[in-house]
Write a protein that binds this ligand. Structure first.
Ligand code: NAD
Ligand code: FES
Length: 279
């Protein structure tokens, strides 16, 4: 069992937890994810890692209560326990393979959308720890939904944009990126993490601007070990499994339309389970 040391609601329906998981904390790197089970009967939930502390043996997760299992997770408090925390899974970010000199030569921009802001944090923090500057654009529907702002300010040059203009710049992340570009910022590496539709349109723009772009894919996952095929995607015309070949891929080669259609397949069943969990 894995003890929850802290549990907070960051904003409406988005929950942050610090969990005791020393073996995961000792090995994980930015870009990787976990699969958790709330209880013995629970479905597996893939969650990106928001932060980790090797000395304390803890990992931090952020989840939006959008389905039956994440709803159950959101009800847990400090002192409760998770049945399983499996990880780290997937490959670390490519940035972890570059030397500090190589990283310093790059002008990196991260595009973080909604809950996808959480997995961007360990990457920006990793760069800061290695003395590398980066820009981060956080996009949220409204001011209330911006998360982790203070922590990001400590590790990057932060640009916030809200769809309704209630905070920071006005408009979606693609507009903020175009505006920053028009203001003279030249990026040669982009990492986009958020809803698939956001990643699709960020990639469309970065292709026009000529910025190589990495995306973090989060399709439905079951085993997380490459055996079940649930998380398959088409990248560069080839079948790839997000859990073992990713979750990060070259965004200009991902078939987003196919990935989004596959996500829809599970909506009805998940919706039924979610309603049942809330009864
Ligand atoms: P959201 O719908 O509030 O969108 C966040 C931001 O993305 C918006 O503010 C906007 O700036 C941008 N965006 C949305 N649609 C866009 C478009 N068509 N063009 C350009 N920009 C656009 O996000 P949310 O509700 O917090 O996101 C939830 C989704 O994020 C879930 O589906 C979840 O699975 C996914 N998610 C993905 C990851 C990942 O690793 N890729 C991690 C966590 C969550
Ligand atoms: Fe089963 Fe990836 S989750 S193959």
């Amino acid at each position: 069992m894995f003890k929850i040391l802290e549990a907070n609601e960051l904003t409406t329906n988005i929950y942050q937890m610090i969990v005791e998981a020393p073996r995961v904390a000792s090995a994980c790197l930015p870009g990787q994810f976990l699969i958790i089970r709330v209880d013995e009967e629970g479905e597996r939930i893939p969650l990106t890692i928001c932060d980790y502390n090797r000395e304390k043996g803890t990992v931090e997760i952020v989840a939006q209560a959008i389905g039956a299992e994440t709803f159950k997770l959101s009800k847990l408090k400090a002192g409760d326990e998770l049945a399983d925390v499996v990880g780290p899974l997937g490959k670390p970010s490519d940035l972890c393979e570059l030397s500090v000199d190589e990283l310093k030569k790059k002008k990196i921009v991260f595009i973080a959308g909604g809950v996808g802001t959480a997995p961007v944090y360990p990457q920006a923090k990793y760069l800061k720890e290695h003395g590398v500057d980066c820009d981060v654009i956080i996009g949220a529907k409204t001011k209330d939904l911006v998360i982790l702002e203070d922590r990001f300010k400590e590790v990057c040059n932060l640009h916030i944009t809200t769809d309704d203009g209630s905070y920071g710049r006005s408009g979606m992340v693609t507009k903020a990126l175009q505006d920053l570009w028009d203001e003279g910022n030249r990026y040669d590496h982009c990492v986009a993490i958020g809803p698939m539709i956001m990643m699709k349109f960020v990639c469309k723009l970065t292709q026009e601007l000529g910025i190589p772009t990495v995306v973090s894919m989060n399709p439905i996952m079951v085993d997380g070990t490459g055996m079940c095929g649930a998380c398959r995607l088409t990248v560069d015309g080839k079948v790839q499994f997000a859990c073992v070949d990713g979750p990060e891929f070259d965004g200009h080669k991902v078939d987003f339309d196919q990935a989004m259609n596959r996500m829809k397949l599970y909506k009805t069943e998940e919706g039924r389970l979610f309603l049942k969990a809330q009864e």
